[in-house]
Design a protein. Structure first.
Length: 602
C-alpha cells in the first residue's frame, strides 16, 4: 500500500470517531490530595519506596535465584560454591565436593542463577542412566527448572533443558544431532569417568559446543595426575598448559606432584572442593540390626527340594556355573516368598520339553508350594512395622513378593503403597506423595534403590538382600543422605540355614559393607569383579560345596580375598596421599594448607 493510500485509509477509519479529553481522573486526584487521603500518605510512600528498594540488585555477586526457590533451603557451602562459580570461574568449574555434600544442589543453584540472569537458554545435562529421572525431578520440584528426560529424537532440538545419559547422547542417531547444537551450558555428573582422553566419552564431550560447563565428581584424581590434567583440559583448555609443560612443571611421578603451591593456585581457578571435615554437615548414624529367622517345616521342605534340584542341574552340567547361574535365583526366591518361586517354576515348566524328566521334578516342587500356608518373613515384617510405629520402607528383589506384602499389610490394616520399575514417572511421583502424606509403608523393588530421596523416613527393612553390595548401599542411600535428621535404622531379615544366611554373613561380617564409605566400596568392588563377579563367586561356592562347614570355609576364603583387595586399594590410597592432600588444599590459603598437611602426617 502506497503512503497516500495508507493516509486515506486511516482518514476513512477515523472519520466517524468522536474524541474528547477525559479530565475526571485529574479532578479526583486533586480532590484526594486536598483531603490528605492515601494519595499523599507518607507511610504509603515509604512502603512503596521499600518495595522498590528490595527489588534492586546491589551487587553482581548477589544470587538472584534465592528469592525464586520456595521449596529449597540451600546450605551455606552450597550458596558459596554457586557464587564462586558465577563471579570467579565464569561458569566453568569442577564441583569436587566429597560424597554426600550436595553437588547436585550446587549445580541446580548455578543453573537457576544463569537462567534468571538470561545468560543461558539451551542446556544439556549428562548423567548416569539410573539418575536421569532423579535429576529431572529435583530440577523440576526444587528449582522450578523445566528440565525433561530425553526420550525421542525430536526432544534434543525442541526442548531447551534436556537430561540424558552419556550412552544415549553419544550413539547414533543422537550423536549427530547433539553435536550439531550449540549449548549455553553443559553439566556432567560422575565426570571422573572422562579422565582418559582416549575414550569415546572424552572425545565426544570435547567435540560438544558449549559456552559454560560444570563437571561433577567426588574423585577428580585417584592414582595419576594425568587424570586431573585431562579433566581440567576438557573443561578449560590451556589452563594447565600443554601436556609436556604440565609434566615438567608439576609432576615428579604420576602420584607425586611438585611445585604444589603453584599447582593448588591453578586448580583453585577451576575447582571447588568442600569436605565433610570442614564441618559443613554432620551425617546421622546407621544402626544395623540383623534378624535371623527359622523357616517353617513346609518352607524348609520347599527350600531343600529346590536346592537339590539346582545342585543336580549343576552336577549334570559338569560344573559349568554359567549354565545354571539363573537357577540359583530359585533358592533366593524361596527365602523371599512362595509366590516369587512359584512364578519362576511355572515359567521354567512351560519352557521345558514335554518329554523331559525335568518336568516331573519341577512339578513336584510346585506341589510342595501348595502346602505352604504362611510366610515367616512377612509375619516378622508385620511385627517390626507395628513396633516401629513410624514410616518404613521395605525392599524386596521380587515383584511377586512385593504384591504378596502389599496384600498382607492391607489384610492387617496397615496402609502401604508400591514403588517399582515399569511405573511411569507420574505414578511414581504419586506413590511418593502417598507415602509421604498418608501411607505408613512403602514396598519397593530394586527400582526404589535409585532415583528417589526419602529423608522423611528413617526405618528400612531389607526383606531380602541383593548379592551385590552396591545395590544394598543404593537402598540405604535413599534414606541415609543429606537432609536426614534422624539416625537411620536398617533391619536385615535372613533365614537360617539357607543361601540368605551366607549372603548376610559375607556382606556384614566378611566385607563389613555397612561400615564402608560408598566411594571406597565402589572402588573395591570394581577391582574385585575384574577377577570374577561377586555373584559368580558366591554361586560357585554354594553349588560346589558338600556341607555347611565347607561353605563357611569357602566364604572365609572369599572374605579374605575381598580384604586383600581392600588392603591393596588402601595402600594405593596411602601412596596417593600427596595427591589427596593437593586436592583437599584447593581453595585454602597457603597457611591453611600447610596446617592441614601437618595434621595429616602420621
Amino acid at each position: 500500500m502506497q503512503p497516500t493510500e495508507r493516509k486515506e485509509h486511516v482518514r476513512q477509519l477515523t472519520e466517524h470517531v468522536q474524541m474528547h479529553l477525559e479530565r475526571n481522573w485529574f479532578e479526583e486526584l486533586h480532590a484526594r490530595s486536598m483531603r490528605g487521603s492515601p494519595w499523599d500518605s507518607w507511610a504509603m510512600y515509604k512502603l512503596a519506596y521499600e518495595a522498590e528498594h528490595s527489588r534492586l540488585i546491589h551487587s553482581f555477586d548477589e544470587l538472584q535465584c534465592m528469592s525464586h526457590l520456595p521449596n529449597l533451603v540451600p546450605m551455606d557451602h552450597q550458596i558459596d560454591t554457586a557464587k564462586k562459580v558465577l563471579t570467579e570461574m565464569r561458569g566453568r568449574a569442577i564441583l569436587a565436593d566429597e560424597v554426600g555434600l550436595g553437588k547436585t544442589i550446587e549445580a541446580g543453584l548455578i543453573l537457576k542463577e544463569y537462567l534468571i540472569r538470561g545468560l543461558i537458554r539451551k542446556v544439556l545435562i549428562l548423567v548416569p542412566a539410573s539418575l536421569v529421572l532423579q535429576w529431572v525431578r529435583e530440577l523440576n520440584q526444587k528449582f522450578g527448572i523445566p528440565a525433561v528426560a530425553q526420550k525421542k529424537e525430536y526432544m534434543w532440538a525442541q526442548n531447551d533443558i534436556v537430561v540424558a545419559s552419556m550412552d544415549t547422547a553419544k550413539r547414533d542417531p543422537h550423536r549427530e544431532i547433539v553435536l550439531g547444537i550449540e549449548y549455553d551450558m553443559l553439566v556432567i555428573d560422575e565426570a571422573h569417568k572422562l579422565k582418559n582422553k582416549k575414550t569415546t566419552n572424552y572425545q565426544f564431550i570435547n567435540e560438544l559446543r558449549k559456552k559454560y560447563c560444570l563437571l561433577l565428581t567426588a574423585t577428580p584424581v585417584q592414582n595419576d595426575l594425568k587424570e586431573l590434567y585431562n579433566l581440567i583440559t576438557l573443561l578449560k583448555p590451556g589452563q594447565l598448559g600443554g601436556q609436556n609443560s604440565f609434566q615438567a612443571n608439576f609432576v615428579v611421578d604420576k602420584r607425586i606432584p611438585k611445585n604444589e603451591d603453584q599447582l593448588q593456585y591453578e586448580l583453585s581457578k577451576v575447582m571447588i572442593r568442600n569436605r565433610r571435615s570442614d564441618g559443613h554437615v554432620n551425617f546421622t548414624k546407621r544402626i544395623v540390626r540383623n534378624i535371623p529367622l527359622k523357616l517353617s517345616p513346609d518352607e524348609q521342605a520347599l527350600y531343600d527340594g529346590v536346592t537339590d534340584f539346582v545342585k543336580g542341574r549343576y552336577e549334570e552340567s559338569g560344573g559349568d556355573i554359567g549354565s545354571v547361574l539363573s537357577l540359583v535365583t530359585l533358592q533366593r526366591e524361596v527365602c523371599s516368598s512362595r509366590d516369587a518361586v512359584f512364578i519362576t517354576l511355572v515359567n521354567l515348566f512351560k519352557k521345558t520339553p514335554e518329554d523331559s524328566p525335568l518336568r516331573t521334578r519341577i512339578w513336584e516342587l510346585v506341589e510342595l508350594i501348595r502346602g505352604i500356608k504362611a510366610n515367616t518373613k512377612a509375619e516378622k515384617t508385620m511385627e517390626l512395622v507395628r513396633d516401629i510405629g513410624d514410616k518404613v520402607i521395605i525392599f524386596t528383589e521380587y515383584r511377586a513378593s512385593q504384591e504378596y506384602l502389599l496384600q498382607y499389610l492391607k489384610d492387617h490394616k496397615i496402609t502401604a503403597v508400591p514403588y517399582r520399575g515399569g511405573m511411569n514417572r507420574g505414578k511414581k511421583d504419586w506413590m511418593m506423595d502417598l507415602f509421604r502424606n498418608r501411607a505408613q509403608v512403602l514396598v519397593a523393588t530394586e527400582a526404589g534403590g535409585e532415583g528417589i530421596n526419602l529423608q522423611f523416613c528413617h526405618h528400612m527393612i531389607n526383606f531380602d538382600l541383593p548379592w551385590n553390595p552396591m545395590r544394598v548401599e543404593q537402598r540405604i542411600g535413599r534414606v541415609h543422605r543429606l537432609g536426614q535428621m534422624e539416625d537411620v535404622r536398617i533391619y536385615n531379615l535372613s533365614t537360617e540355614g539357607t543361601i540368605e544366611e551366607y549372603i548376610l554373613s559375607l556382606l556384614h561380617e566378611k566385607i563389613n559393607m555397612f561400615e564402608l564409605v560408598i566411594g571406597e566400596l565402589d572402588t573395591i568392588l570394581e577391582r574385585f569383579d575384574k577377577k570374577a563377579s561377586l555373584e559368580t563367586h558366591l554361586a560357585k561356592v554354594l553349588l560346589s560345596s558338600k556341607s555347611s562347614e565347607e561353605i563357611r570355609r569357602e566364604l572365609d576364603d572369599l572374605g579374605r580375598s575381598f580384604t586383600t583387595v581392600r588392603s591393596e586399594v588402601e595402600q594405593e590410597a596411602q601412596g596417593s596421599m600427596r595427591l589427596q592432600n593437593l586436592l583437599n588444599a584447593v581453595g585454602q590459603t597457603p597457611a591453611e594448607a600447610h596446617r592441614r598437611n601437618e595434621e595429616l602426617q602420621p
